[in-house]
Design a protein around this ligand. Structure first.
Ligand code: ZN
Length: 244
């Protein structure tokens, strides 16, 4: 298993054999097992990797537990029914090969590199940001936070961005990820860390407009209609299905 750089970024390849070895960061939150005692969240994450200090109690039946010589433990749980979490023991060469498909690290990407990425193909921004082959390290939640910060619609096409918007998006990536890392390292829970993600109908932190969402099978896009989509409320597919 590749050693995680930091607790919030544990890399756990899923066993569907998808090239996406690194799961969305919010899938692997250490919150429930956080040694700093993170409060309970409203909804459990599907997969979580956490660190326990010596003597701390962990879950009764973890999917994986690795005890270190100092008594601390790395524990992996999977609450969801999909059972896609897993742990692999890899040689350094195999780990490099496993991670070779990843795009450049999101934090510190910069406007020039992002402009080149945006010009490559026309993609919806929320989907582009989450594609680990294109940019590594942004999951569903941070795509929501970053696009809100940049005043961009999650459904805007990457090739339609003007240079100023690309610069704003590159800056938003750094500012939001730095903000998130700082909060998580201090043990902040989801409710304190996120300002848009999971905040349906709560007031936008910039303009006060209720946050809206578009729901997909495996993720939900949250956005502010006033800050991001020119006042337009986008169709919520789950709601549409119910009304059909
Ligand atoms: Zn707003």
């Amino acid at each position: 298993m590749a050693a995680p750089a930091r607790p919030a970024g544990a890399r756990v390849p899923d066993h569907e054999g998808r090239a996406g070895a690194r799961r969305d960061p919010e899938d692997l939150r250490p919150a429930a097992l956080d040694a700093r005692g993170a409060p309970a969240r409203r909804r459990p994450a599907a997969r979580e990797a956490g660190y326990l200090r010596a003597g701390e109690k962990g879950p009764k039946a973890p999917a994986f537990r690795l005890e270190f010589q100092n008594g601390s433990q790395l524990v992996l749980t999977e609450a969801g029914s999909k059972k896609r979490a897993g742990v692999w023991l890899l040689t350094p060469e195999a780990a490099d090969a496993e991670l070779a498909h990843l795009g450049p690290e999101a934090l510190g990407l910069g406007a020039d590199a992002l402009a080149a990425i945006c010009a490559q193909e026309s993609r919806r921004l929320h989907s582009l940001l989450r594609d680990q082959r294109v940019i590594a390290g942004i999951g569903r939640a941070w795509a929501n936070e970053i696009l809100h910060h940049a005043n961009l619609s999650p459904f805007a096409l990457s090739r339609d961005l003007v240079p100023g918007q690309v610069q704003g998006l590159a800056a938003a990536i750094d500012l939001e990820l730095e903000r998130g890392l700082e909060l998580r390292e201090r043990g902040a829970n989801d409710a304190r860390t996120y300002r848009v993600h999971g905040k349906l109908r709560e007031p936008c932190y910039v303009c006060g407009t209720p946050i809206a969402r578009v729901d997909y099978e495996e993720h939900t896009v949250y956005y502010c209609p006033d800050c991001q989509t020119g006042g337009r409320v986008l169709k919520d597919r789950r709601l549409s299905r119910l009304l059909r």
